[in-house]
Design a protein around this ligand. Sequence first.
Ligand SMILES: *Cc1c(COP(=O)(O)O)cnc(C)c1O
Length: 388
Amino acid sequence: MSEFEIPLSRPDITCLEERLVLEALRSGRLSIGPMQEDLENLVAKRAQAQHGVAVSSGTAGLHLALLALGIGPGDEVITTPFSFIASANCIRYVGATPVFVDICPRSLNLDPARIDAAVTERTKAILAVEAFSQPMHMDACAAAAARHEIPLIEDCCEALGTRHHRRPCGSFGRVGIFAFYANKQITTCEGGMIVTDDERLAARCRSLRNQGRAPGASSTGQHGGGAWLGHERIGYNYRMSELHAALGVAQMQRLDELIELRSTVAQWYITRLMGHSELILPTVDPATDMSWFVFVVRLKPGYTRLERDRIIAGMRNHEVGCADYFQCIHLQPAYADMGLKPGSFPIAESVSERTIALPFHPRLTEREIDLVAQTLELMISRESLTRE
Ligand SMILES: *Cc1c(COP(=O)(O)O)cnc(C)c1O
């Protein structure tokens, strides 16, 4: 993660995190303990949800949410092609078919106006993603799901702490999934959280993450016994350890501070790059309180993937960590069997060819932002010279 002088991303760990992790380590309780419960309560509260179920990754959370909703072979789930691949993979894990619809070029999220046309009698859910923590259209996706009497699954893995019209991400769907990988707003190294108001759904997720044991079996975890060896369904080991949960608890206690720092960095970028004629900056809706996940800009229409990739390579040569967020899921080699050709989702494809993720973490300084911006400007002008 830190191969560049200005890395793309970096976790923010203080002595509070060190103290809580050490406390958990010394407690003798290493799995299914009080830290997990604290983290579940903290994250659920933040998402205004009744229940939180901690899991070993965001991907595991997505998998369990689909299983708990009873989605399986023969079912279709409407989703976005412009996302991290896990949001579509979870649909394939359960044997269902992702039905991609194109995105809105302003929000970069699934365009709710395209949902109705994609619904068939096999559609069992809508899985919408807050790409780059942008919550725009989530309410419309929830309305579309209600209209078709199917659940909205909210992949809010990138959106912890963001609010839209004062409503927190994680509260738009029947179920929401957060992720705590090292580059997210808060990290547990690896980890995730399912949030929902649906008590039965939460209970099913608790069982599924713990080898299909009855939810009550958790409390006897370290001592063995009847409930521990009883398995009601085929489950998984998707549990989160107490050390990871302790890290998460400390990070949650600092969430507002981290959001604030990220917001300052984003504002520096916006101020610095706003006037650039070749760049489109992220949409900031006045109704949104953004908890920034990444800072992704894109080149104006007309730039090719090759030109964008040369700009990224140039930045990297100058020790600035950059990336091409995201490649369209339907064009990934892993999805070749679906037979979706380039041109299937023109907006997502066109956006995807022109995006550049800039270095983004809470400790970036204004000087570093200025350096990144200068380098970016230099690389863009070098491209326009080779064009003429
Ligand atoms: C990070 C992320 C996930 C899940 O990530 P894990 O690495 O499994 O925790 C899922 N969907 C999106 C959109 C993400 O950004």
